[in-house]
Design a protein around this ligand. Structure first.
Ligand code: NCD
Length: 307
């Protein structure tokens, strides 16, 4: 089911497979403390063509915790790509050196192309504005760990629903389950793209597009906030129009129900006030920490299978 599989989109995984990943992740939380050597001799190649902190470092940590090692690059100026080498040739080399490849790229479809070239399993660590499947797994796991389920909860996804691939992937992921309701809150310019909205409609999930959080905060179980993806705007003037247009602070959440959690794929750049960090509902740093056990689970399942 998992061995040697490419991880390109969250939509490639069934709810049962995702539950399996959660269960293995839970076990990995224990393994993480003492370390393990199950992936000894295995190599992960990290091919990061775009900036990353959490995704890359949690992949590295996950591999080390399981006894494997990591090669890769984060600065393409230091590779032969700067000399004009194409993506396919770079991937061919990584395929020869490593047992699994994680790739991040600004162009949608880069991970799929890499998967077609490489024999080793390829993991999409975020490409373009649509797919970031491992982030979606981490996000789902964070909710699952907190509530013991995804079904029946009220979600608010707020922010840049147009260009954010983390939030798009999370939304695609939610269509695999039965959330009670999904509210999409954003300024009109940052509404989800048509393709995503059509997918939501087709999947039958109960969703509604809103511009304001205040009328729905009382019924929210999970408030998922995202940053405006400045670098993905085709026109800087459009960015200026929406810059700073929403922000969550203690005042915003004062009527929230007990037990609500606030998530964010990070990095945040002002859309959650620092004062929220110590509030009981803040889960975004825990969410980032969950990146390690979830990526341990995934690397283990891709390289060793279920056993
Ligand atoms: C995200 C990304 O790169 O898509 N970061 C991440 O992996 N947590 C989100 C972002 O950059 O806003």
């Amino acid at each position: 089911m998992f061995k040697n599989r490419d991880v390109i989109s969250i939509l490639d995984f069934s709810d049962a497979e995702l539950e399996k990943i959660f269960e293995v992740s839970k076990k990995m939380e224990k393994t993480m403390k003492k370390g393990s050597s199950v992936l000894k001799g295995k190599i992960l190649a990290n091919a990061f063509f775009e900036p990353s902190t959490r995704t890359r470092l949690s992949f590295e940590t996950a591999m080390h915790k399981l006894g494997g090692s990591v090669i890769g690059f984060t600065d393409i100026e230091a590779t032969s790509i700067a000399k004009g080498e194409n993506l396919a040739d770079t991937i061919r080399m990584l395929d020869a050196y490593a047992d699994v490849i994680a790739i991040r790229h600004k162009v949608e479809g880069a991970a799929k192309l890499a998967a077609e070239i490489a024999d080793a399993p390829v993991i999409n660590a975020g490409d373009g504005t649509k797919n970031h499947p491992t982030q979606a797994m981490v996000d789902l796991y964070t909710v699952w760990k907190e509530f013991g389920r995804i079904d029946g909860l009220n979600f608010v996804l707020m922010g840049d629903l147009r260009y954010g691939r983390a939030v798009a992937s999370f939304l695609y992921a939610l269509t695999k389950f039965k959330p009670r309701k999904i509210y999409l809150v954003s300024p009109p310019l940052l509404k989800p793209r048509k393709e995503l909205e059509e997918h939501l409609t087709k999947s039958g999930v109960n969703f509604e597009i809103r511009e304001n959080l205040q009328d729905i905060i009382q019924e929210t179980d999970v408030l998922y906030v995202t940053r405006i993806q400045r670098e993905r705007f085709p026109d800087p003037a459009e960015y200026e129009k929406v810059k700073g247009s929403y922000r969550v602070d203690l005042e915003t959440i004062k009527n929230a129900k007990d037990g609500m959690i606030i998530m964010h794929p990070l990095p945040r750049v002002g859309e959650i006030a620092l004062e929220v960090d110590t509030h009981k509902s803040a889960r975004y740093f825990q969410q980032a920490a969950n990146g390690v056990p979830v990526r341990m689970a995934l690397l283990y399942l891709l390289l060793e299978g279920e056993k």
